[in-house]
Design a protein. Structure first.
Length: 227
């Protein structure tokens, strides 16, 4: 790993650890509030990132993304939730699902607000801190939007299952076992196919990056550092 790649890793590792750790812990915390103590009993309602790390999604994929010059992305071990133990299973499942992306939006807002303190830091720490906060802002918004795509097992899929009429809800819930292969196919295989046929089939940009950019612009217009 060259010096430039190492520098990129150092300004991404903290943002991704905070983003995925708090995302998963929020799921477990809200589940506990709603009656399911499964995640709490397994030690997953914690800010200790070691309890949430997935070797592939938290370590290999993000580092590979940086080394390949792409966007830092990843995931953590999903927090287990016993939906039958929730006080109001249908309603509370929606609240549990929303807790993760909601936490990412909150972290993005906190990143903006902390950016105001960067000029007051020692000069040697300003650039590194600014990069961490900028990456945290960007990453958390992308994770929030990605996770709200309406396909189980993503959080947006669980929200849709909880809100749709029961016949449609059941049909959507049945897609959960193949949800991840569908997502990987759309996000990874379609762009590869597009390269072969010389067509732009990258749906990650219109489905995730552009909505995240719209949210970012609106947050910055309200909360961004003033000159």
């Amino acid at each position: 790993m060259n010096a430039q790649a190492l520098q990129q890793v150092t300004v991404w590792i903290l943002p991704i650890l905070f983003a995925i750790t708090l995302h998963e812990a929020a799921h477990g915390y809200v589940a506990k509030l709603c009656g399911d103590r499964t995640a709490y009993m397994l030690g997953r309602v914690t800010l200790n990132p070691l309890r949430h790390i997935d070797p592939i999604g938290t370590i290999v994929v993000p580092i590979f993304g940086v080394l390949m010059g792409g966007f830092m992305f990843g995931w953590a071990k999903p927090v287990p939730v016993n939906y039958r133990a929730l006080n109001h299973p249908r309603r509370d499942a929606v609240l549990v699902a929303l807790a993760g992306p909601g936490t990412n939006i909150l972290l993005a807002i906190i990143s903006i607000l902390l950016f105001r303190a960067v000029p007051y830091l020692p000069e040697v720490a300003r650039a590194w801190t600014a990069h961490n906060l900028a990456n945290s802002f960007q990453l958390n918004l992308v994770l929030a939007v990605f996770n709200m795509l309406p396909l189980p097992p993503l959080d947006g899929g669980r929200v849709a299952v909880g809100l749709l009429p029961k016949p449609l809800s059941r049909q959507l819930a049945e897609l959960e076992p193949i949800g991840i292969p569908i997502i990987l196919g759309v996000m990874i295989l379609l762009p590869i196919l597009g390269n072969f046929i010389h067509q732009d089939l990258n749906l990650f940009k219109p489905l995730v990056l552009e909505p995240a950019g719209w949210i970012a612009n609106n947050l910055l217009s309200v909360l961004g550092p003033s000159d």
